[in-house]
Design a protein around this ligand. Sequence first.
Ligand SMILES: [Zn+2]
Length: 231
Amino acid sequence: MLLLLAGFSLIAAAFIGVRGWRNRYDALGRRRSVPVISVVGLVILALVLAVPTLLRHRLEGRLTRVASVLVGQHASVHCQTFGQTFTDTSGDLGYVKFDADGVPQHHTTIMRGPCGELRRYLDGGFTHPSANEIIAVHVLTHESMHMRGQTNEADAECEAMQRDAETAQLLGATPDEGLRLARAYWLVDYPNMPDNYRTSDCALGGSLDERLPDPPWTTGAYVAVKLPATG
Ligand SMILES: [Zn+2]
């Protein structure tokens, strides 16, 4: 929609500009002013309308590439638009729709807030992610687990936490930065999740421990948090 309006603005700018140039002399040969301000104003308006959409498409492209790796096949990511926020009353950070047979689609919508945090994470470096950026990276992983076929929230959450380090790396973080992000979510955010997102099976050696290379619950993480005062 915004791109369409931007297109109309550019067409209007071109029309006014060409007409003004053709009519730059009146019937008596006197020079008339070309409507430069109108043309420049319309071009600026087109840029203002188009840039946010183009930036969102660029972000969606990057997130889609990451999600596709996590899912194992093409899986698209859409970032909620400003207009879509007015009709959203879910309170979710992201969602994947299921088809009539209960099978998750290979398409997710991530809400405007976490999408903005993902953009900040990508733009601001990966060394010191904010609390919201950590959650946003996890949302991308969590929704990817749904797109992979997982319909249970606690299982999707546990599978995601074991891949958050991978997600961070796919976004550009180093292995160490990715692992620290995954540990931060596991230690700080996971305990505060609703009951249906948590299970005691999701732990080191638990039945949901997939023993992947970069789990969030390495021994080092426990030592770092359980014994902070012992130095
Ligand atoms: Zn979910």
